[in-house]
Design a protein around this ligand. Structure first.
Ligand code: ZN
Length: 305
């Protein structure tokens, strides 16, 4: 029952202790209780509660907006949350950029021009508004002191150019390859291998001639496929002087454009399905015949008893 008689100041101080212990759900409750008892410290208690709400759902646009609004009501320039010193204006910027980042990330990949350009635009804002300074929410909730505005910008640029690359591949594989190469460069700057981006950039750039119809195509795995085949030198030699070949360097595979490839695949699926249906029909017939024989045997055994 003692709890009921706690004053606002006591609750507020207990909330700060809970933040120190990283017991954020307790801290949140005590901050709001303190505020209700008239000890809101000029909006600070609710601002702290809003920080905790962002921490418990880092992809919630509404939580960031509420935090930015709460911070804007404070009449101090900096606050302290646990061990982290926070510049109020910087954290407002962090919230606004997080909102833009989430909204850009949630756009459909099919709107690749808008999405890619938006991600890249948000990257520019991270560089301009946060730059080398730390992202405090990552520091508080992930213990990550490596996250800076500039680093977030690299991540967003890698994502943005990858979206543009994957989008352009259907219409312009060469352009797609260049975008993928840029995404790869940003990944490398982040210290990642960028393996996936590199592979796609190479694949998009690769050109081949279709073994079957002779049409040229760019974009391996997208506009043409490579298929294992038996290719004797007599065949591979035929295209040895061509720049765009229908056969792989090691003469182990032929290239087939996607229209030819899908046409053949669909037809062979149809044939396979016919065989399957026929096999099932025969199986059923055999089953019925055997069942009839079992019945007749059973009948004769019963007759002998
Ligand atoms: Zn073809």
């Amino acid at each position: 029952m003692a709890l009921l008689f706690k004053g606002g100041e006591q609750l507020y101080n207990e909330a700060l202790d809970a933040v120190g212990r990283k017991d954020y759900s307790t801290a949140r409750k005590k901050f709001t209780d303190a505020n209700e008892k008239g000890y809101g410290k000029d909006g600070l208690a609710l601002a702290y509660a809003a920080i905790i709400d962002v921490g418990s759902n880092r992809s919630n646009v509404g939580a960031y907006q509420k935090l930015a609004d709460r911070l804007a009501t404070l009449n101090v320039g900096s606050i302290k949350f646990g061990l982290t010193d926070i510049d109020v204006q910087d954290m407002i910027a962090e919230c606004e950029l997080a909102i833009k980042e989430i909204q850009a990330s949630m756009m459909s990949d099919s709107a690749y021009m808008e999405k890619g350009n938006q991600l890249i635009a948000v990257a520019g804002e991270y560089m301009g508004r946060i730059g080398e300074k730390n992202l405090k929410l990552d520091e508080i909730f992930k213990g990550n002191t490596m996250a800076t505005g500039n680093r977030e910008a690299l991540i967003l640029q890698a994502q943005g150019y990858a979206v543009l690359g994957k989008g352009h591949v259907l219409t312009d594989p060469k352009m797609a390859s260049e975008y993928m190469q840029m995404a790869y460069n940003f990944r490398r700057q982040l210290g990642d291998s960028g393996e996936e981006e590199y592979r796609l950039s190479q694949n998009y750039a690769r050109s081949a001639r279709c073994w079957i119809c002779g049409r040229p195509a760019s974009g391996e795995g997208i506009h043409f496929q490579s298929i294992k085949a038996d290719i004797d030198p007599v065949f591979s030699n035929m295209s040895k002087d061509e720049i765009v070949k229908p056969v792989s360097e090691d003469s182990q595979r032929i290239y087939i454009c996607n229209p030819c490839f899908s046409g053949i695949s669909n037809r062979s699926d149809d044939i396979a399905r016919e065989y399957y249906n026929e096999a099932i029909r025969e199986l059923r017939a055999t089953e019925l015949r055997l069942q009839a024989e079992i019945n007749s045997l059973r009948f004769s055994v019963n007759m002998r008893r």
